[in-house]
Design a protein around this ligand. Sequence first.
Ligand code: SF4
Length: 445
Amino acid sequence: MKLTLIQPRMGCEGATDAMQPLALGILAAQTPPDVEVTLVDERVGDQLLFDDPTDLVALTVETFTAKRAYQIASRFRARGVPVVMGGFHPSLMTGEALRFADSVVIGDAEGIWAGVIEDVRRGVLQRLYRQQSPPPLEGMWVDRTIFAEKSYAPIGLVQYGRGCRYACDFCSIRAFYHSHIRLRPVPEVVAEIASLERKLVFFVDDNLLSDPKAAEKLFRALIPLNIRWACQVSIDITSYPKLLDLMAESGCILALMGFESLDEHNLRQMKKGWNLKIGDYEAAIKRLYERGIMIYGTFVFGYDHDTSDAFSGSLEFAKRHKFCLANFNPLTPTPGTDLYRRLAAEKRLIFDSWWLDDRFRYGQATFHPRGMTAEELEQGCYWARCEFNRATSILGRFLDLKSNLSSLASAYTYIVANLISKREIARKQGLRLGDGSRLGRLEEV
Ligand code: SF4
């Protein structure tokens, strides 16, 4: 039996910042050994050969890749190849995904996937497979052989846990995992990192601070590995000085954090009022820089207390504090989130389903903000991104011994990350989702 795993791209071309699709490596690891597995990752330039023999196609789908995934699915289904979809988007928009796929796996695939393969072999593929309860992560492993000879970012990806203890209203992590937090045994994580033989590792966890005690255990275990690592983590980690010390001692050089807004009313509206409990942002930043940890700050615009002045304020803040990287994103309601439901109820959505709409372009506003126009939201975010990534800004932020120049590894990471970021901003803005053909013409299940 032949299985084709597909990581769809967002639009008509690949990306220069693609990381290994860990979810597909986990799926490959769950696949019975007698099945021949091939990975096609469109983001790194793999060509989809729709006529190649295969017995099953499996796609991992996010909201931004849903349109492309549905287009791919229709081509395979037209020649009778069954298509299974999984991931955040099909799990949260199951009815929609089932219009284009033969089957959908809701939730994590561990413990379910081998049964899906068996059903395909017997010709009894079901429409839905659903986790009854979140599976434990003990023994989880990733089959990285499928990534061989593909040009991914030179960084090892590892997962410690899934889920987040917070409930920001725009976040699909919370919508997908609810309040469940699961962690892997630390020795398994350490053994996996050692096997990667990479000096730079990225923890893909949505929030590495899901459990402070567990984080401490992990950081202590990382020290002997002598690696440099980056992560996504909630900003309240700065209120745990001992944990910050361990984070730095174990090799953390970059933390991605959701600052989101400089306005406390916005933070409360997005249910991120806890960002304020740490005191002020300035003190939090100082604590990170005292330990040589660079910052990748993210900001979102379009909450009710934002006006068109918000962009310059956040941009100035990120530049003044020499952030290594920063994102300035239009608030985008993803399906399944509280935010989406609220904006839909308030009749403020511009598109019913922006991710499928032929008029939608990447970077565009998808709803009517209260304090500015939709055009101002789109243009303000793009302006802030461009300004932050100007050569003079990159150089100005670089020359700081406390943060981006605090070590050779930091300096190298800073330069590479900024060059990629600058290129990707120009490439993505205005990108049409999917391959350009109209989804409406595709044959549905
Ligand atoms: S802290 Fe981050 S991962 Fe957690 S709910 Fe908020 S945005 Fe999502």
